[in-house]
Design a protein around this ligand. Sequence first.
Ligand SMILES: [Zn+2]
Length: 145
Amino acid sequence: MNTMATSSPILTTREIETLSSKAQAAKEVAYCPYSKFRVGACLLTQSGEYITGANIENASYPVGTCAERTAFGTAIVAGQREFKAIAVATDISPPASPCGMCRQFMSEFTSPSFPVYMYDKSMKCTVVTIGELLPGCFGPGDLDK
Ligand SMILES: [Zn+2]
């Protein structure tokens, strides 16, 4: 894992700041009456759009979904297919890492070098890639083998 606060070889400082602030703001709309575990996400598309998501729980617990998947789902139905980075913000420290289902979901639309900026309760950032989160994953190319 690499810990980075303000810069990245891939994103500009302004992009990172926007991602972090929008992910933080998205926590405010999380629907999590059961766990009280707020998660906000913000996805940056290759075309420069920022698309947010938050976790959405359900009285039937397994039906709930995560912030990362709501952000990607919103982007996909808006016609987006190429992405630069995602930021995920929680209220804990160290920051929460995406769950296994989200890792697989995000890998469908990203490359192994896709960065995931994880923010803790103090907005301290840890950056990991999809390849680090889900090495050797099953992907679209495996269906053709
Ligand atoms: Zn998840």
